[in-house]
Each structure stands twice: as structure tokens, then as C-alpha cells.
Design a protein around this ligand. Structure first.
Ligand code: NAP
Length: 329
């Protein structure tokens, strides 16, 4: 029987998601990798418990998360939740639909009402929940009218199956278009989920972050550690037991000499701040006022403990920022 740590709310900052009433922990846990049925269940459970004990109240899922089959992460999280029932109201659980999920034209990558409606019912069943806190459209679909996608998300809220809605992998222009429709519908659209890290600053270049601030939408950013590059794991190249070493990511090719030099220089700055590289990388992302939360991934509980330590050093001085910019150029 799991009993949460009594001190879990003592340190974690909770940040307002845009101009909504929803607060998210500065650090949230994503279950994209390492929660599928090919993983070790006891490790998954330990990661969720460790996270919750540290004040991580937000758990991010999607219909297709889990290996070797889509949906296995939701199944495993649903199993873990059975023993955490008493904490349900202390949690923000999100799921998504948009990428390829099941066979045929309705479970393919799309944003149709048919797909979003059926997929949410499937997710709720796997999770063992009556509702999710946030339901996302996972990736912009150029072939479905945005009105249809927006209405499908809005309908999930009207049916009581989601409290808030979000979008993911939408750029500034696409976000502003769907926002207009949500405003007309008065849909509780509060969160946008793009990728963002020291090594991936497209939201700054696109202006998505500024636009979201102006429009009161919070960002829950994914891969803030660039899938693990921004940790002490790759400083001497890719170890076998890593996402790159296991061949579980497409970014392995980017780990060349130039990248290794850059990571080591960043690590020197982190050390001078009394932080690990992952802690500094997360603090750097949280500096962007558009960001409500960083969605970290983990393969073991110790990584979560280390990463949550970023909250002890969220401030940067001007010199540090200048040196970091120089390295990232
Ligand atoms: N909306 C979308 O399209 C989308 C896409 C991707 C992700 N996401 C969300 O974002 C979440 C996080 O994505 P991500 O897993 O790519 O995030 P990430 O935090 O950038 O990378 C996580 C990985 O880095 C390594 N790591 C983390 N902390 C470490 C530490 N302290 N020391 C050493 N290695 C460490 C681990 O990999 P190893 O130990 O296995 O090497 C871990 O699985 C996902 O779970 C999902 O919820 C959303």
C-alpha cells in the first residue's frame, strides 16, 4: 500500500498555466518512454511514486505511448493509479490523440471528431478513469478543418471526459487559428505542448512563446533535456545503457564532436553554479516566462530526484546567460 510523503508540497513551485486557474508543478513527469509493457513494472511504479513524493502532481501521457504496443503506458499507469486512488484529486493527468494509433482510416494520424472521440474513450478505459484533466490534440492535421478538431475537444469537455484541452506540435500560426475557434466556443483551452530546450529553440524563433504569453496560454514543454543530451550521461559519448545507446531515438547522429564539446562547456557552467547539467538545463527552460512546466522523461527514479533538484537554482546571473548564449550559438 502506497502512502505519499507528508512533505511532498514543501518545495515544488506550482506555476499558473497561462492565465487559467490551473497550476502545474515546475517539473512534471512524462510517460512516453520506459512505461510500456516491455519495461519493468516495479521500476515504473517506483518512478511514479518518487515523482509524486517530490511534489510532481502532473503526469503526461498519450494514447500511443508504450512499447511494444500503443496504449501500454496508459495501461501501466492505470494499474499504478489503482493504488493511488486517494490522491486522484491531487493529480493532473493528461492524454492525447493525433498520431497513428490503430489500424484503418479512423486511428491513423489525424484530427477528426471520430478519432478524437473514440480514442479518449479507449484512453479512459486503459487508465481506469472517468475523466482526464487535460486532453490534447497531439499534432496539427492539415487535412481536417480546425473547427472539427476544436469541436471534438470541446465536446470531450462538455461530456465531462476532460476538464481542460490542449494542443501539441502546433506552431504560432496554427495555434492562433485554433484559439479563435476555442474563444467562440468558450472552451477551456489552457495549454500548448511544444518541444523546447537549450538545444531546440524553435518556439523562440517562431514566436510561439510570445504569442502564448499574450493570449494567456501556458506551455508544457517536452524533451527539455533534449532526450538526455543535456545530462551528464553523454559527456564522453553514448553509453550502451542510454536512449541513444539502445537506439531508441532518432537524434543519436547529432552526438558528434562539436556537440560533445558544447555539452562539456555547458556542464562546466552548471558545475560553477553548483548544479548538474540536467538541473541547469531545466532551470534555463523554466526561465522562459511562457513555460508553466517542463515535462521530463526518466528511466529510473534517481533521475527524477536529480532533475527535481533544479528548483533549488532557478536564477541565472547576466554573465551566466551570456556564456550560455555563446556556447549555444
Ligand atoms: N507532445 C509530443 O509530441 C511529445 C513528444 C515527446 C515527448 N513528449 C512528452 O515529454 C516527455 C519527456 O520527453 P523526453 O523523455 O524526451 O524528455 P527528456 O527529459 O528530454 O529526456 C528524458 C531522458 O533523458 C535521460 N535522463 C533524464 N534525466 C536524466 C539524468 N538526470 N541523468 C541521466 N539521464 C537522464 C533518460 O533517458 P535514458 O536514461 O534512457 O538514457 C530519460 O528517459 C515525454 O514522456 C512525453 O510526456 C511529448
Amino acid at each position: 500500500m502506497y502512502n505519499a510523503n507528508d512533505k511532498r508540497y514543501e518545495k515544488m513551485p506550482y506555476r499558473r498555466c497561462g492565465r487559467s486557474g490551473l497550476k502545474l508543478p515546475a517539473v512534471s513527469l512524462g510517460l512516453w518512454q520506459n512505461f510500456g509493457s516491455k519495461g519493468v513494472y516495479a521500476n515504473m511504479e517506483a518512478m511514479v511514486h518518487t515523482a509524486f513524493d517530490l511534489g510532481i502532481t502532473h503526469f503526461d501521457l498519450a494514447n500511443n505511448y508504450g512499447s511494444p504496443y500503443n496504449g501500454s503506458a496508459e495501461e501501466n499507469f492505470g494499474r499504478i493509479l489503482r493504488d493511488m486512488r486517494q490522491y486522484r484529486d491531487e493529480m493532473i493527468i493528461s492524454t492525447k490523440a493525433g498520431y497513428e494509433m490503430w489500424q484503418g482510416p479512423y486511428g491513423d494520424r489525424n484530427g477528426s471528431r471520430k478519432y478524437l472521440t473514440a480514442s479518449l474513450d479507449q484512453s479512459l478505459k486503459r487508465l481506469g478513469l472517468e475523466y482526464v484533466d487535460i486532453y490534447y490534440h497531439h499534432i496539427f492535421d492539415p487535412n481536417t478543418p480546425l473547427e472539427e478538431t476544436a469541436l471534438a475537444l470541446d465536446n470531450a469537455v462538455k461530456q465531462g471526459k476532460a476538464l481542460y484541452v490542449g494542443i501539441s506540435n502546433y506552431n504560432k500560426k496554427q495555434t492562433e487559428e485554433i484559439l479563435k475557434i476555442f474563444k467562440e466556443l468558450r472552451t477551456p483551452f489552457v495549454v500548448n505542448q511544444p518541444s523546447y530546450s537549450m538545444l531546440n529553440r524553435w518556439i523562440e524563433e517562431d514566436g510561439l512563446d510570445r504569442s502564448c504569453i499574450e493570449n494567456g496560454i501556458g506551455l508544457a514543454v517536452f524533451s527539455p533535456l533534449y532526450q538526455g543530451f543535456l545530462t551528464n550521461k553523454y559527456l564522453n559519448g553514448a553509453p550502451k545503457d542510454s536512449r541513444v545507446g539502445r537506439g531508441e531515438t532518432w537524434i543519436g547522429d547529432q552526438l558528434d564532436e562539436k556537440m560533445l564539446t558544447r555539452l562539456n562547456r555547458l556542464n562546466d557552467i552548471a558545475k560553477s553554479r553548483g548544479q548538474t547539467l540536467s538541473q541547469m538545463a531545466l532551470a534555463w527552460v523554466l526561465r522562459n516566462e511562457a513555460v508553466a512546466t517542463v515535462l521530463i522523461g526518466a528511466s529510473r527514479p534517481e533521475q527524477i530526484v536529480e532533475n527535481v533538484g533544479c528548483i533549488d537554482g532557478l536564477e541565472f546571473n547576466e554573465e551566466e546567460i551570456k556564456s550560455i548564449e555563446e556556447i549555444l550559438k
